[in-house]
Design a protein around this ligand. Structure first.
Ligand SMILES: *Cc1c(COP(=O)(O)O)cnc(C)c1O
Length: 530
């Protein structure tokens, strides 16, 4: 193995922290044990390698046909310890649920029990290949079928499609089921109604599936306007998409009346179930007349899901929609075995989930879904039990109300009079002084050691701040968070201009986020970004 590359990067100039610290600048740019880290291209040299492989034989080109590359590949070369340090240093600049409270609203960032991780890593689950002969993956199929059973039981629904790989993917699956059901009865309805308080993925999904999207207004107390919805229903409406609990953190109390009205008009009810964490064990969406609802396994039933993945979004379906579910699915036959149904016409099975007449709309994914998340979710469900899952919802709601009531005198709480919130507390920027904004408050929270809450969402509240503490935070952790939030909120209320410069203590100061989003610098060419 080559010696670690010692000749590499030297800092061209000390990193400036804009005088936020009293001490002298360091020559390394490091601050105590917080280490600066340049780009991997700046510390690596292409002719270095961490592995000791023999030179390929001369006749390699004949074996690659015309595909032999004619230039060096130009990848950064580092030894193994250098590589490990590079990524470990970068990871230390990241914030994580294992470091502290993650107040993001709508995201359900909760503790991921290590038991889940242990089970997901068992070789029989972790190492299965989707093309393995079915006889060698019977245990994995049992897990999928068992999880399907519990999702159906918890939601009071009839069937479930397990393969969608995220919440938004599940929404698409549910809407495609609705479309297939309408087509099967020769009914070409064109419009999907989406209330203002729905999640942004809902209108996007309906549009992606080829529907015209129409808004339904919210009432003053932050819920769907039932009368406005009823007035719009008609023979052109395929269905509604309702987020419940909604993105204002409120339970849609009229859900049953909404479902009844939509069904009467010949449409279907899609419920965005990403917020199921707040009602699991308390309410069964099937009892509220829901036809399709995705469940974000990575939220409600825990899986580490920062940075955009992995996700898993099974969709529970009503009796009317179950026959149209995507392939493949699992089914237990009378002999007690779980089978994998991969094609249409395999209906000879007495299928506990889909009844006899399968008219699948097709496939959502090449294979069967996210095995690692199925094992985590089932472990979570079984280790909590019925009483534990109910307590998840109760504690999540209690914690959110604790934050709401502890801060409503320093932060504007638009729906404070609409009764208790569900799993998330919603604030707005109405009482901020000077020209301070929600962004300034969020940056101030970074200095206090907290990842910011969800900002500027939902759109129905000006300068929205959405906080979902989840059930896994202790009272002590919430008290500390509230202390920090109250302090920064009071500064915002008083118009404290110093907030405009926050964060002072992060590895990087305030970035031009508009510029970064509009003109991202994504590649590095010879010492320059381009
Ligand atoms: C997270 C979320 C979604 C989307 O789920 P993904 O898994 O991120 O695709 C949809 N609706 C609501 C209310 C959500 O919170």
């Amino acid at each position: 193995m080559n010696a670690p590359n010692q000749s590499g990067w030297k800092p061209s100039a000390p990193v400036s922290h804009d005088g936020a610290h009293e001490g002298p600048e360091t020559v390394t740019g490091n601050r105590a044990l917080m280490l600066e880290e340049p780009l991997i291209f700046e510390i690596a040299t292409p002719d270095t390698t961490g592995v000791d492989l023999p030179q390929p034989a001369d006749d390699i080109s004949s074996r690659l046909g015309g595909l032999k590359r004619d230039q060096a590949i130009g990848l950064p070369g580092l030894s193994e310890p250098e590589t490990v340090r590079h990524y470990t240093r970068l990871s230390r600049q990241n914030y994580a649920i294992d470091l502290g409270l993650f107040p993001l609203g709508s995201c359900t960032m909760k503790h991921n029990p290590r038991l889940n991780e242990k089970v997901a890593r068992m070789p029989g689950f972790a190492d299965v290949h989707p093309l393995q002969p079915v006889d060698t993956v019977r245990g994995a199929l049992e897990v999928m079928n068992e999880l399907a059973h519990w999702l159906i039981t918890l939601t009071g629904m009839h069937g479930v499609a397990m393969s969608p790989k995220a919440g938004a993917h599940g929404e698409l699956c549910g809407i495609l089921c609705i479309r297939a059901a309408l087509e099967a009865r020769g009914d070409a309805r064109k419009v999907v109604l989406v209330p203002e308080s729905a999640h942004g993925t809902n209108p996007a999904t309906a549009a992606f599936a080829g529907y015209e999207v129409e808004d339904i207004p919210a009432t003053k107390d932050g819920r769907v306007d039932l009368e406005a919805l009823k007035a719009r229903l008609g023979p052109d409406v395929a269905g509604v998409m309702i987020t419940n609990p909604n993105t204002c953190g409120l339970f849609e109390r009229d859900m049953k009346a909404i479902s009844d009205a939509v069904h009467e008009a010949g449409g279907f009810v899609y419920c965005d179930g990403a917020n199921f964490n707040a009602i699991v064990g308390k309410v069964r969406p099937g009892d509220l007349g829901v036809d399709a609802m995705h469940i974000n396994l990575h939220k409600t039933f825990s899986t580490p899901h920062g940075g955009g993945g992995p996700g898993s979004g099974p969709v529970v379906l009503s009796e009317a929609l179950s026959p149209f579910a995507p392939l493949p699915y699992t089914a237990r036959t009378k002999d007690g075995q779980v089978h994998l149904i991969e094609e249409e016409g395999a209906n000879a099975f007495s299928n506990e989930h889909f009844g006899g007449s399968m008219q699948s709309f097709g496939r959502m994914t090449a294979f069967h879904g996210q095995m690692g998340m199925f094992t985590r979710a089932l472990t979570y469900i079984l280790s909590h039990g019925a009483d534990g899952l109910k307590q998840v919802a109760e504690d999540a709601v209690l914690n959110a109300n604790y934050v709401l009531r502890a801060c409503e005198d320093v932060l504007f709480a638009p729906f404070a009079d609409s009764g208790p919130c569900m799993h998330e507390a919603l604030f707005g920027d109405k009482n901020f002084g000077g020209d301070l904004t929600t962004l300034d408050l969020a940056k101030g929270m970074i200095d206090e050691g907290y990842h910011p809450m969800t900002m500027y969402f939902p759109l129905v509240v000006h300068g929205a701040m959405l906080i979902e503490p989840t059930e896994t935070e202790s009272k002590a952790a919430l008290d500390q968070f509230i202390m920090a939030l109250r302090s920064v909120a009071s500064r915002a209320k008083d118009g404290d201009e110093s907030l405009k410069q926050s964060p002072y203590y992060a590895p990087r100061r305030r970035l031009d986020e508009t510029q970064a989003a509009r003109k991202p610098l994504l590649s590095w060419i010879d010492g320059d970004t381009a």
